[in-house]
Design a protein around this ligand. Structure first.
Ligand SMILES: *Cc1c(COP(=O)(O)O)cnc(C)c1O
Length: 428
């Protein structure tokens, strides 16, 4: 497959942008390749600058649950943008999306829009601190919450679980405000909450999907809720991926657990830059201008973004939207798992909603330390082979795949057959 234009554009982009990209994982480093420069997307397919077409399972990393260039979303954007792009005032369209979301999601009572998932998480944490008057945050290894200073941390090496930053440029003092625990581990959480009385919030991706797909036990999540209540600690669900993905009410609805604050992003903006956080009214009342926790944004609740969000959410609310999408995903994943089992390959494909992950292990994986970095060599090989056959997966084995409403059964048959035949080559 000819990719000379993409390669040429990448060489040029390196003159302008660090590593030639504006977000690191786009650089294809973990699959040791050169990124595709995509010029258009339609439905389940994207087209690169060399006119190669790929069936896309990345979906811009999650927002595109309806696929690329969905006519309703496009039309809503065009219609809205014709009236201007931003006013820095409240808008009627803001009320429309507020009503649409809150009337269909009993897990939040008030909502604030921001411009990225990172910003939503950062704001949710400030709110939790402002509300509780406490300082520390508990997070879990293997959960990603955007590039917020105090959350770019991993478990420290010492006895205490205080965080060590995973990025340069983060003062130790910030990292020390975060305690990092292992996922699905009741004992360490219980110890931490009992011994530390300065914890404002526990933040978790209830469906961890940024470091493989680390599906948690329902009991663990229920118990997490109970422990937070017992210790006066807020529970934050980071649903930037899972929100509107596993169902309209996200993981909260999927597990029937009510967190105190939920963060959103990705799907809620219909493919435009977005973030949002919501929660109980008494907690949200602490945000300016109602309360003392300051948080603002020049382009927050941008009308063009909201138009794309509304158009998307309206489709999601159609009666058989999720059953169809989830049914298609299960069909696809079952095909892969059947082949893997028949052949006895050391891997499996976990799934929830319309998310799947290629796990190169035959054990159920619930925490990041169970992932063998060496198994990523298989993903690297598979990723390259699939590109040549016209299938685009996110360029890292730690990334999950997304199925959109635009993926047909025929698309999924093609993908499953192709992936299976590539696996046959890899494991031969
Ligand atoms: C993508 C993501 C974020 C960050 O969102 P951005 O819009 O990239 O800033 C935060 N949390 C989770 C769970 C995410 O998947």
């Amino acid at each position: 497959m000819q990719r000379s234009k993409s390669n040429q554009l990448f060489e040029e982009a390196k003159q302008y942008f660090p590593g030639g990209v504006n977000s690191p994982v786009r650089a294809f480093k973990s699959v040791e390749g050169s990124p595709l420069f995509i010029k258009s997307g339609n439905g389940a397919y994207i087209t690169d600058e060399d006119d190669n077409k790929y069936l896309d399972f990345c979906g811009s990393w999650g927002p595109l649950i309806l696929g690329h260039n969905h006519p309703k979303v496009r039309e809503a954007i065009v219609e809205t943008v014709a009236k201007g792009t931003t006013f820095g005032t409240p808008t009627a369209i803001g009320n429309t999306i507020g009503k649409l979301i809150l009337e269909n999601n009993k897990f939040i009572e008030k909502l604030r829009f921001v411009s990225s998932g990172t910003e939503a998480v950062m704001s949710a944490i400030r709110l939790a601190r402002g509300y509780t008057g406490k300082n520390k945050i508990v997070k879990f290894e293997g959960c990603y919450h955007g590039h917020v200073d105090s959350l770019l941390v991993k478990a420290g090496s010492g006895l205490a679980t205080f965080g060590e930053s995973t990025s340069a440029g983060i003062p130790d003092a910030f990292a020390k405000e975060t305690l990092v625990l292992g996922l699905n581990d009741l004992a360490s959480l219980m110890d931490t909450l009992e011994s530390n009385h300065d914890i404002a919030a526990v933040i978790i991706e209830p469906i961890p999907a940024n470091n493989g797909l680390l599906l948690q036990d329902l009991n663990y999540l229920v118990w997490l809720r109970q422990q937070c209540d017992k210790h006066g600690v807020l529970l934050i669900f980071d649903e930037v991926i899972s929100g509107f993905r596993v169902g309209f009410t996200g993981a909260a609805g999927y597990y029937h657990i009510e967190p105190d604050i939920i963060t959103y992003g990705k799907i809620i903006g219909g493919g435009m830059p977005v973030g949002a956080y919501g929660g109980r009214a008494d907690i949200m009342a602490h945000i300016a201008p109602d309360g003392p926790v300051y948080q603002a944004g020049t382009l927050s609740a941008n009308p063009v973004t909201l138009a794309a969000g509304i158009a998307t959410l309206e489709v999601l609310l159609e009666e058989d939207f999720y059953p169809t999408l989830i049914g298609n995903t299960e069909y696809f994943v079952a095909k892969l798992n059947e082949h893997i089992e028949t052949k006895g390959y050391k891997m499996h494909v976990p799934t929830v909603g319309s998310i799947f992950w290629l796990a190169f292990s035959d054990e159920r994986i619930v925490s990041s330390d169970q992932i063998d970095p060496k198994s990523m060599d298989h993903f690297k090989a598979l990723h390259g082979m699939l590109l040549d056959k016209g299938i685009y997966l996110g360029p890292s084995g730690y990334e999950v795949g997304f199925i959109s409403a635009a993926h047909t059964r025929a698309d999924l048959d093609f993908a499953a057959d192709t992936i299976c035949s590539c696996l046959d080559t890899i494991f031969a």
